[in-house]
Design a protein around this ligand. Structure first.
Ligand SMILES: Cc1cc2nc3c(=O)[nH]c(=O)nc-3n(C[C@H](O)[C@H](O)[C@H](O)COP(=O)(O)OP(=O)(O)OC[C@H]3O[C@@H](n4cnc5c(N)ncnc54)[C@H](O)[C@@H]3O)c2cc1C
Length: 391
């Protein structure tokens, strides 16, 4: 592959950066410096503007509300959005569900569900994990019983990000309890306003309300909301996971944090700060610079494979595990470099970088768990990449 961007792609990056400068708050507050509600409000405002530009789903076909843009162009969009900490995207809809529906959905489902995503009118959430089924997702127990003209769902989900704001959920449920575990699962589209759904918030380690626990009590799903065939939901689900893991977001977040940290250290060193003028700090930052470059290039390669119509599987896992762990390493290095100033939050006069480093550190653990833990990504790489037998 050629790692250089075309002239048109570079022009797009410039247009996007100008847009971000003129149409989003400057400087964009760090997420920890906004309340959940302020962040959601900003998300909806920016989402509308991005939809007007057609950028939310730019790599989708025009017939579904996209711009037929290449995966590389879309990568540039996501890279800059993540680097500049801009809220607004619904990756559940645009990156995960949309492309999966294009493969497995009926024409009616595509017509009903794709346009609202590209127009930024809808928020999706992902109902996969359950209290006893995370890494071993195929063991899930939520049941969807065929009642003739509808399915009746009972059970529950956990860690469901954005469920409290979501209009729709992509739901995995067991339709055949006696079939082998991977074969008895079906994939549904569930209207979150349906009677019988209870949502309880779970506050994360960073003190934010992002995920939830969900309870289903006799929830009815119309038959036409089944995606693909009954009992074939596992294949739909894993296709969606490959789309989920293939973003550049972790790599871009790592780069942003490293750039902020490096800028802070340079300023301090130039001002003669002895504590921050140490060889080991420069050495550590240089090592992380190499890692962030590698993380970025792995993501570029993943996007390039997509542009060649190759579905990245092991590459998506490599990109996810290396990007999220690099972000974690940069955040941990930040704590080490800032020392006793690191844990201070933005409301403290002595805080460094408005408390952003400690906030990133707390978030960095979630990234190595969400969308499949690092151990699971390595299992995939061992199996699909190195052809090692499963054990
Ligand atoms: C920030 C965040 C957002 C999330 N959002 C969503 C969401 O929107 N929707 C959703 O459905 N889920 C969501 N999740 C849940 C996430 O998918 C699960 O947490 C994840 O799959 C791990 O499952 P678990 O928590 O049950 O851990 P477990 O599966 O119980 O794993 C516990 C530990 O055992 C290890 N382990 C398990 N099996 C193996 C194995 N075979 N080989 C090696 N090690 C193994 C794991 O790596 C982990 O370290 C989210 C999680 C986080 C952190």
């Amino acid at each position: 592959m050629d790692f250089r961007f075309s002239l048109e792609d570079e022009r797009f990056r410039t247009e996007l950066l100008l847009f971000l400068k003129s149409d989003t708050p400057q400087p964009m507050p760090f997420p920890g410096n906004m309340t959940d509600e302020q962040e959601w409000k900003l998300t909806t405002v920016i989402r509308r503007k991005l939809a007007e530009k057609g950028w939310l789903t730019m790599n989708w076909p025009k017939s579904y509300g996209g711009q037929d843009a290449s995966s590389i162009r879309s990568l540039i969009f996501n890279e800059e959005m993540s680097y500049h900490l801009i809220p607004g995207r619904d990756v559940f809809g645009s990156r995960m569900l949309g492309p999966t529906l294009m493969i497995y959905g009926s024409e009616e489902q595509k017509e009903e569900f794709l346009p609202p995503i590209s127009e930024g009118r809808v928020q999706w959430c992902q109902g996969y994990s359950e209290p006893e089924s995370g890494s071993d997702l195929a063991s899930l127990r939520t049941q969807a019983e065929d009642m003739g003209d509808h399915y009746l769902v009972n059970g529950g989900k956990v860690w469901t990000s954005m469920a409290h704001k979501a209009d729709w959920m992509m739901l995995l449920a067991r339709t055949n309890p006696t079939a082998p575990k991977h074969r008895g699962i079906s994939f549904f589209l569930l209207d979150m306003r349906t009677h019988g759904i209870e949502i309880k918030p779970i506050i994360n380690m960073a003190g934010r309300h992002e995920f939830n626990q969900i309870f289903f009590d006799n929830v009815r799903i119309p038959k036409d909301k089944l995606v693909g065939e009954e009992g074939q939901g596992w294949y739909v689900a894993v296709t969606l996971l490959d789309f989920e893991r293939s973003g550049i977001d972790y790599a871009a977040q790592a780069k942003r944090l490293l750039d902020d940290l490096t800028g802070y250290v340079i300023k301090a060193q130039e001002a003669g700060n002895h504590r921050l003028s140490k060889w080991w700090i420069n050495d550590l930052l240089a090592k992380l610079y190499i890692d962030t470059e590698v993380a970025k290039l792995i993501s570029y390669r993943t996007a390039w494979l997509q542009s060649q119509h190759i579905v990245p599987t092991k590459e998506a896992s490599m990109s996810k595990v290396f990007g999220s762990e690099t972000f974690q390493k940069v955040a941990a290095a930040g704590l080490k470099i800032l020392g006793l100033y690191a844990p201070l939050t933005s409301d403290d006069d002595h805080s460094a970088l408005s408390g952003y480093v400690q906030e990133c550190w707390r978030y960095s653990f979630m990234n190595t768990i969400a969308a499949g833990t690092s151990e699971i990504q390595r299992n995939i790489i061992a199996n699909r990449g190195l052809k090692l037998p499963r054990n």
